[in-house]
Design a protein around this ligand. Structure first.
Ligand code: ST9
Ligand code: ZN
Ligand code: ZN
Length: 338
């Protein structure tokens, strides 16, 4: 993981150098169109990411030299998983895709977990994600994978958005979220609650409960945990739009990528997800080990907090795989039925 963090920092430095003096630089982007786009670097974010990655590497050092307590990094892992669920089961499958319905206690729970993840408030996260699905891999896609791995992974958060994101993004309906008081309350209070839930409380817990020193707690439980969770999430936008199979539709960029699925709790079955975005499992096959988020939604359904779980019939999936898949779907490998 340290090498990937270093890689990100190196790429970031390289990209920053390339983009220096941006006002003169125009880049030709996506889909071979002749449209040019002016890069406008947001230096606040560049410096924040430099700090984050440098501090995360230091957090790794504290772990590997035994300076941080075992409990602290076990806590960091649990916290990362919980916050990830707020993104996958909450912002993504519930609020962005309405793949199932949730009663208010589950919505409150997921909104808290999503705030712990600091990936922007639910409303903004969902708006960017709906725009990503509607205009995938075009200039209007906020993290257009046609602009390369670095841009779709982290680069898009360090520059102003392409004007098509604003223009075409305005056509995306957000009225359902505007009617959800939990989402709107989170939006209103985000700048106060997010720093508490994402950084201050996770840094305080190890100090208070098992006597960790504040220094280690900050770098391991707050910064390192947050940075790794961000990278695991970003892999869905980058790696799962580049590497992997396309069992359901070979004509789109999104891929099925098992490594990403494990890291992102089931969100790496991204070829399936782009073809059938309303499926609450965001996948056809696999089990909870490659789709932890589905496990959480299934438990919530058992206790009645989640309901109207949407799926896709096996027949519909098989037909689609046969029509547009790349031949890697299991049903394409079977011989003719006798
Ligand atoms: C982060 C998000 O990391 C990650 C999302 C990943 C999604 C992955 C999906 C896959 C599934 C999930 C997997 C989860 C796995 C979890 C595993 C965990 C272990 N449509 O944005 P602004 C308009 S965040 C329509 O400021 P700029 C709108 O009017 C990381 N309109 O644009 C808006 O005003 P308002 C932490 C849009 O100035 C106005 O434009 N956060 C849209 O170009 C200005 O919007 C950060 O790093 C749209 N889509 O700035 C901060 N977008 O909002 C990042 C905008 O008032 N953000 N408008 O309505 C920023 O600093 C800025 O957004 C910027 C662009 C510099 C990137
Ligand atoms: Zn995608
Ligand atoms: Zn989606």
């Amino acid at each position: 993981m340290s090498s990937s963090l270093l890689l990100a920092s190196t790429l970031l430095t390289k990209q920053s150098k390339e983009l220096n003096g941006v006002s003169e630089v125009t880049a030709r982007i996506s889909q071979g169109k002749n449209r040019s786009h002016e890069w406008q670097i947001v230096w606040r974010n560049v410096f924040a990411f430099i700090y984050l990655h440098t501090a995360a590497v230091y957090g790794l050092y504290l772990i590997f030299t035994g300076r941080a307590k075992l409990y602290t990094w076990v806590f960091a892992v649990v916290f990362a998983v919980a916050s990830g669920m707020g993104v996958t089961a909450g912002a993504h499958r519930l609020w962005a895709h309405r793949a199932y319905k949730a009663r208010w206690p589950l919505r409150v729970f997921l909104a808290i977990l999503q705030t712990m993840a600091f990936q922007n408030h639910i409303y903004e996260w969902v708006r960017d994600h709906r725009v990503h699905h509607k205009f995938t891999e075009t200039d209007a896609d906020p993290h257009n994978a046609k602009r390369g791995f670095f841009f779709s992974h982290i680069g898009w958060l360090m520059v102003r958005k392409h004007k098509e994101v604003f223009e075409k993004g305005a056509s995306v309906d957000m009225s359902d979220l505007e009617k959800d008081p939990i989402v709107m309350f989170q939006k209103k209070t985000y700048l106060v609650v997010m720093p508490l839930l994402c950084f201050l409380i996770p840094a305080w817990i190890p100090v208070h409960y098992w006597g960790e020193n504040a220094w280690s707690s900050w770098y391991v439980a707050a910064i390192l945990r947050y940075t790794i969770a961000l990278h695991f999430t970003w892999l869905v936008n980058s790696a799962a739009h580049i590497w992997g199979n396309r069992p359901y539709d070979k004509y789109i960029g999104a891929t099925d990528n098992k490594t990403v699925a494990i890291c992102a709790f089931g969100e790496g079955w991204h070829n399936y997800h782009h073809v059938f975005p309303w499926d609450y499992k965001a996948a056809e096959l696999g089990n909870y080990s490659t789709n932890l988020s589905t496990g959480l939604i299934d438990i919530a359904a058992k206790i009645g907090w989640a309901y109207d779980l949407k799926t896709v019939s096996a027949d519909m999936i098989r037909k689609r795989a046969a029509r547009t898949g790349d031949g890697s779907h299991p049903t394409c490998q079977e011989g003719p039925k006798s």
